[in-house]
Write a protein that binds this ligand. Structure first.
Ligand code: G6P
Length: 579
């Protein structure tokens, strides 16, 4: 899973200033290692992030080059396993996003034909397979054999020494051609070149293209040339990309939540109003309503289910990677996928699966023109602006705001207009208290978060934040479920955060049960005595948003104290583009 960028131009481009700068815009797809190769035969690669790599290497110029930022799947995070990979003669270079399922079988066959492999990756078979095919075929024929023989997911860029042409192939992993004034880009998504052009051509599965500095040609898997439409996209960056005066994107993005939620509410009242009303109508008239998502977006979807069920609308949600195993859909199903990036492979696959079964597809995304948005019948945008920190903060909040708005159109009681102000108040009121409490939690190994009903999804989202950013094992649990096992893990001093909206006496009792066994209780409440003050109307949904925001702050200050890489935590990627 990774990000790839290729550039081909009639004049020479700078590897650092043009190619790697563009690649950096895809770093959200992974940052284990980075590499590039050009058609002069120069290759550079190393473990670590792109900015460090850019300091390390000398700039060079070329007319045609490819690059890769990696999130390791097959083969450890080493320089050798970094992309690009090459053939035995080091004349052909490839970068790959995806997974080659039958790589071991192909690799064995190629080893029998005397190919020498130097990496532990699945991707290296691509260069050797093509090298073998090219012994008796031209590149078009070799690519046709590749598509027939190779199983798995792939967006691949191929270059050959002394030939200023990029060959690009796609199946399941996204790939797009960007048409700029003096150059062509080939990239995992339009974000790689959205500062240079708004014209793009999206690859469909099993299509390939041959691109040189003057022209591009697209082909289907049989090698038949095909006509493709140029897509012109609008792109608004909200001027929010730099970290400004904040030490980290995470804290900047937490503080942006009042503005980001207001922007969304304005858009739902304004230009997206007809769209959201249309979705509400579809919900009202559908036989079944199912949501899917991954990570934080899944917890937002759980809240969506809670809001809809409260007003008598039967809706369900399921984690995208398991959707096809546990859910049924048909042509009468309304399928709603939620994804910040719109690129998460599990979500895209579940959506594809539902679409094939005739379901109506709605998506709620942050990144416009994403794969998920383009697959949808209707797509709502949450207008959170670019979110750079790997952990979702403002995008989670805006997903919940969108779902609250949608539910309010169907009868759920909530005053949307007060949300941005309440967020602002809760941050101001609690930030210092959070910092103090964080100091006392830094050395803890485990934290449990308990919530019931409306507060169950927040308990899961807060636990996810604590795990991914502060590296503390955390479990978000249904308050009532704790005593059915997990309570055995409570020891003297184990921190337990209890989310208690209103006079939720059952939740209060669950907190007392663990306190009686030595747990150190921290509460978020609005009517009971509490460590964190959340002053909102009970149960209208805002408590869920606000408790998560306190959880975000808590996570941030624990990670800060522990001196952790807050915006780019180890082993993670912002968008997971493999299954
Ligand atoms: C990754 C990220 C999470 C995110 C999840 C779903 O795991 O690290 O922060 O919630 O993907 O991403 P999506 O873009 O589909 O919302």
């Amino acid at each position: 899973m990774c990000g790839i960028v290729g550039l081909v131009s009639d004049s020479e481009i700078s590897i650092k200033e043009d190619l790697l700068k563009s690649l950096k815009r895809l770093e959200y797809r992974g940052y284990d290692s980075v590499g590039c190769a050009d058609t002069k035969g120069n290759v550079e690669k190393d473990v670590g992030e792109i900015s460090k790599f850019m300091e390390q290497i000398k700039d060079s110029k070329a007319s045609c080059a490819i690059s890769h930022t990696r999130w390791a799947t097959h083969g450890g995070v080493t320089k050798t396993n970094s992309h690009p990979h090459w053939d035995c003669k080091k004349k052909l270079f490839i970068v790959h996003n995806g997974i080659i399922d039958n790589y071991q079988e192909i690799k064995n066959e190629l080893i029998d034909k005397d190919h020498v492999f130097v990496t532990q990756t699945d991707s290296e078979v691509i260069s050797h397979f093509l090298e073998e095919e090219l012994k008796s075929k031209n590149m078009v024929e070799a690519i046709k054999s590749f598509i027939k023989r190779i199983h798995g997911t792939y967006a691949i860029l191929i270059i050959e020494k002394d030939n200023n042409t990029i060959y690009a192939i796609k199946k399941d992993s996204p790939l797009v051609l960007g048409l700029a004034k003096d150059r062509f880009y080939l990239a995992s998504d339009i974000y790689a070149f959205s500062d240079a052009t708004n014209k793009a051509i999206f690859f469909e599965d099993e299509e390939f293209a041959i691109v040189d500095s003057n022209k591009y040609n697209f082909y289907d898997s049989d090698g038949k040339e095909i006509k493709k439409e140029i897509y012109e996209f609008a792109w608004d960056l909200y001027q929010e990309e730099s970290v400004q005066n904040y030490p980290h994107y995470m804290i900047k993005e937490i503080h942006e939540q009042p503005t980001a939620s207001q922007r969304l509410i304005n858009s739902l009242d304004g230009e997206q109003n007809a769209k959201i009303k249309n979705i509400a109508e579809l919900i009202k008239n559908s036989k079944s309503v199912v949501f899917t998502a991954a990570g934080s977006s899944y917890y937002a979807s759980l809240l969506g289910i809670y809001f809809l069920n409260r007003i008598g609308i039967n809706a369900q949600t399921l984690i995208a990677s398991e959707f096809h195993n546990f859910m049924l859909v048909d042509k009468d199903t309304l399928f709603i996928a939620i994804s910040q990036s719109g690129e998460t492979m599990d979500v895209v696959s579940a959506t594809k699966w539902a679409k094939e079964r005739g379901a109506k597809i709605v998506s709620i995304v942050n990144v416009p023109h994403s794969t998920l948005q383009r697959m949808s019948d209707i797509s709502l945008e949450i207008h959170a602006g670019p979110e750079i920190c790997v952990a979702a903060t403002k995008t989670f909040t805006n997903q919940v705001v969108a779902l609250l708005y949608l539910s309010s159109l169907l009868g759920f009681t909530v005053n949307m207009q007060t949300i941005p102000g309440k967020i602002d108040y809760v941050i101001k009121e609690n930030e210092d208290i959070v910092r103090d409490i964080a100091d006392g939690l830094c050395d803890k190994k485990d934290i449990y978060i308990l919530g019931r009903g409306l507060c169950y999804p927040p308990s899961r989202e807060i636990a996810l934040k604590l795990k991914e950013i502060s590296y503390i094992h955390a479990e978000g649990m249904m308050g009532g479920e704790l005593k059915h096992g997990t309570i055995a893990l409570i020891e003297e001093g184990t921190p337990v955060i209890a989310l208690i909206p209103g006079k939720d006496y059952d939740m209060y009792s669950n907190a007392k049960e663990v306190e009686a066994r030595g747990a150190k209780i921290i509460t978020m409440a609005n009517m009971m005595d509490s460590d964190f003050k959340i002053d909102v109307t009970i149960n209208d949904g805002k408590f869920a948003i606000l408790s998560v925001i306190i959880g975000q702050l808590l996570t941030y200050y624990i990670a800060l104290k522990k001196n952790l890489p807050i915006d780019k935590p180890r082993n993670l990627a912002k968008s997971v583009t493999v299954k």
